[in-house]
Design a protein around this ligand. Structure first.
Ligand code: ZN
Length: 356
C-alpha cells in the first residue's frame, strides 16, 4: 500500500457532507474524532490511506421532516420522493454558523486548511495538507438582500449551490425521482438572478448540481462563469432527475465548465436504485461518457461522501485506491489520471475565482 501511496495523484473532491455528519455527532466537540478516526466515510487517518487531498466541504441544513428512510424508497423500481418544504432563513443561518465553526475547529486541530485561492490549494497539494473549500449546498441561510452572502464570502465561502433539492427564495431543485429528467418546476426567482450576479462579482463558484432544468438554463444564460455541477452524473446512463442530460452537458462544455462524478449508487446505476452492490465499471462508464461529451479537461470527481451510499468497491475514503486502480486498468494514462483526480478542479477554479 505504501508503495503506491506516494506516486498516485491526490484526489480532490467536488462534494462531501462531513460537516453535517460532525454537526449531528455533537458539533465542535465531535471535531477531534475526525482527526483520530471517525465513523462514516471521511476522517483524517483514512484520508491519508486513500490519498484524499480534500475538496468542497458543504454547509447544509437538514429539514425537520428529514429522517424518513430515503434510501429505502430509492430501492424501488421507480420513485418520486416528496421534497421537504422551504426552511426559514434565521434558523438556517444558526445551523450554518455552527457548521463553519466545526470547519474552523478542524483547521485549528491541524486536520486541514480552508482554501480561499487556487494558490492555497496548490500549496496544500504540495505539502500533503488536506484542502477544504467552504461550499454551501442550498442558500437557505442567505437573505434576499444578500448581506449574508457578503459576510460569508469574507468568512471564506467560495462556492454556492442556490438550492439543495428543496425550494429556496432563489430557485427550485429537482426531487429524487426516477426515472425522470430534471425538467420539473420553475426557474430562478428575481432574488435568484441577483444571487447569480453577486456570486459572479465576488468570484463565488455556482454549483448547478441540485437545480432543476429551468434553474440550470437561467444560470446558463445569466452567469459569466464556467458552468459547474460538483456532484452529478450522466442521464444517458442513469435516467435520474439528479443527473445531467446531453443538452445540459453540451452547455457545460460550451462554457468550459466541468462535472464531478457522484459516487451515490442511485445516480450511478442504470436502474436508479440505492444499492451498493454495483461494480466500479459503472463509474468508468459515466466517466467515459462525460469525457465524450465534455472533453477530458472538464471532468472530475465529486464523491458525496458522508451524504450518500457509495459502491461496495469503495466503501469509504480509504477505498479510493480501488477507484484509481480501476481507472488505470481501464486505460487512463498518467496525464488523464492527474486531470481527473484534481487537475481539472484547479483549472476550473482558476477560471472561476480569477484574481479574487
Ligand atoms: Zn448533494
Amino acid at each position: 500500500m505504501t508503495g503506491t501511496k506516494t506516486t498516485e495523484p491526490l484526489i480532490f473532491d467536488g462534494h462531501n457532507d462531513v460537516l453535517l455528519k460532525l454537526l449531528n455527532a455533537g458539533g465542535t466537540k465531535a471535531a477531534s474524532a475526525f482527526v483520530t478516526g471517525d465513523k462514516g466515510h471521511i476522517d483524517l487517518p483514512r484520508a491519508k490511506i486513500g490519498g484524499f487531498g480534500g475538496g468542497f466541504f458543504a454547509l447544509y441544513v437538514s429539514s425537520p421532516s428529514e429522517g424518513g428512510d430515503m434510501d429505502e424508497e430509492m430501492r424501488k423500481a421507480s420513485y418520486d420522493l416528496p421534497l421537504p418544504t422551504a426552511l426559514d432563513q434565521p434558523t438556517s443561518l444558526t445551523v450554518v454558523m455552527e457548521e463553519i465553526a466545526i470547519l474552523l475547529r478542524l483547521q485549528d486541530l491541524g486536520a486541514l486548511k480552508i482554501c480561499h485561492t487556487t494558490d492555497d490549494l496548490r500549496t496544500c497539494f504540495a505539502t500533503g495538507k488536506m484542502a477544504a473549500i467552504l461550499h454551501m449546498e442550498g442558500a437557505e441561510a442567505i437573505d434576499a438582500d444578500l448581506h449574508v452572502l457578503d459576510v460569508l464570502y469574507a468568512a471564506g465561502l467560495r462556492s454556492l449551490g442556490p438550492v439543495w433539492s428543496r425550494p429556496t427564495i432563489f430557485g427550485h431543485g429537482v426531487p429524487f425521482k426516477y426515472p425522470s429528467t430534471g425538467d420539473i418546476g420553475d426557474g430562478l426567482t428575481e432574488a435568484g438572478f441577483r444571487l447569480v450576479k453577486r456570486c459572479n462579482e465576488l468570484g463565488v463558484m455556482l454549483d448547478l448540481s441540485h437545480l432543476n432544468e429551468a434553474g440550470f438554463w437561467d444560470i446558463a444564460k445569466t452567469s459569466d462563469a464556467p458552468l459547474v455541477a460538483t456532484h452529478s452524473n450522466a442521464y444517458a446512463i442513469c435516467p435520474h432527475a439528479r443527473n445531467l442530460t446531453d443538452k445540459q452537458l453540451d452547455a457545460i462544455a460550451d462554457s468550459d465548465g466541468m462535472v464531478g462524478l457522484n459516487y451515490a449508487c442511485a445516480f450511478l446505476r442504470p436502474d436508479g436504485q440505492m444499492r451498493s452492490d454495483v461494480g466500479l465499471e459503472v463509474m468508468l462508464q459515466h466517466l467515459d461518457y462525460l469525457m465524450d461529451r465534455l472533453g477530458e479537461d472538464r471532468v472530475g470527481l465529486g464523491s458525496d461522501f458522508d451524504g450518500a451510499m457509495v459502491p461496495d468497491g469503495i466503501t469509504d475514503v480509504a477505498g479510493l485506491p480501488n477507484l484509481r486502480k480501476a481507472m488505470r486498468a481501464h486505460g487512463y494514462n498518467e496525464d488523464l489520471m492527474q486531470k481527473l483526480c484534481h487537475g481539472n478542479w484547479l483549472r476550473v477554479l482558476d477560471k472561476t475565482w480569477g484574481g479574487n
